[in-house]
Design a protein around this ligand. Structure first.
Ligand code: NAP
Length: 290
């Protein structure tokens, strides 16, 4: 079994980006600048945003963290987004999800300028992705693609089953795997909570991508011998042996599934770091698209 080491792969990508940033600077060009808006923020969101800011430092980007109070109004948040849209110093920005319940996520997604939408969530960028036009690809699915590419996983003609159809992971993942490209050209089955015979469908997958948001949901009986398994899920579960009091697990029962598959991504150290690397790739391309 080959471990799809997202941590190592993300480090390689960050080194490559750092080299490109050095060249930009040497040529007297602008240093890419990523901003992140965090509204309130429980422990997990704060951890994710901090990891993104830290990654910016590593690759030589400038970064700005805009931390807004959880009680801020939707209008104030939209004004802040407008400010960043019009700030020439900022090349791209993200609004960390989830948002507090009183803020409409769809409105926020629409408010971010498609030119600065390095998370790739704006409908204009989603549309371009579907049409295979150059654009910002959604960070997590693109991180998965990059991982498959760097591990030379053949996707063309393979049956790929994606579990989960969220706008930010499952749905774009299925489109990218089916697109005419490399990686891509897979025959894709997109499954969700209303899918009948989910276990049987998963067991026919050459490539199984779990983005279901349920801890250890994918068990060994759902996996074909020799399949490639990508685990997008992240869950914090209590663990008194850890200093933090918790550990991270995924959507896949790693211990048992890893005995059966050819490749598997771990949690932590799999898709998570690839998502951040993908965000860095998008921010660099924001400069290049300019
Ligand atoms: P989400 O919005 O909750 O979507 C979950 C999807 O799974 C939904 O489409 C849902 O179906 C489907 N589902 C739920 N229960 C199911 C069941 N019993 N059988 C089949 N399908 C079922 O979650 P998400 O935002 O896509 O995130 C998924 C996981 O990835 C979470 O653990 C999240 O923390 C993690 N994540 C990780 C990263 C990273 O960087 N590694 C990034 C984003 C998310 P319905 O549509 O029918 O409800």
């Amino acid at each position: 079994m080959v471990l799809l080491d997202g941590k190592k792969t993300a480090q390689d990508i960050q080194l490559e980006i750092a080299e490109k940033v050095k060249c930009l600077k040497a040529d007297g060009k602008k240093t890419p600048h990523l901003a992140a808006i965090l509204v309130g923020g429980d422990g997990a969101s704060l951890t994710y945003v901090n990891a993104k800011v830290k990654a910016c430092e590593k690759v030589g980007f400038e970064s700005t963290l805009v931390h807004i109070d959880a009680t801020t109004s939707e209008e104030d948040l939209l004004n802040k987004i407008d400010e960043l849209n019009n700030d020439d110093a900022i090349d791209g920005f993200i609004v960390q999800l989830p948002l507090p319940k009183h803020i409409d996520e769809a409105k926020v997604t629409l408010a971010v300028s498609p030119r600065k939408d390095v998370d790739g969530f704006h409908p204009e960028n989603i549309g371009k992705m579907c049409l295979n036009l150059p654009t910002f690809l959604p960070a997590t699915p693109n991180g998965v693609l990059e991982m498959l590419k760097r591990y030379n996983i053949e996707t063309s003609g393979k049956h790929c089953v994606v579990i989960g159809r969220s706008h930010i992971v499952g749905s774009p993942m299925s489109i990218l795997m089916a697109r005419n490209g490399n990686p891509g050209n897979a025959t894709v089955t997109l499954t969700h909570s209303r899918t009948s015979n989910l276990k049987e469908i998963c067991a026919t997958a050459d490539i199984l991508i779990a983005a279901v948001g349920r801890p250890l949901f994918v068990t060994a009986d759902m996996v074909k011998e020799g399949a490639v398994v990508v685990d997008v899920g992240i869950h914090r579960v209590e663990d008194s042996s850890k200093k933090s009091g918790f550990k991270l697990i995924g959507d896949v029962d790693f211990a048992n599934v890893s005995e059966k598959c050819s490749h598997i991504s771990p949690v932590p150290g799999g898709v998570g770091p690839m998502t951040i690397a993908s965000l860095m790739m998008n921010t660099l391309s924001a400069i290049e698209l300019k």
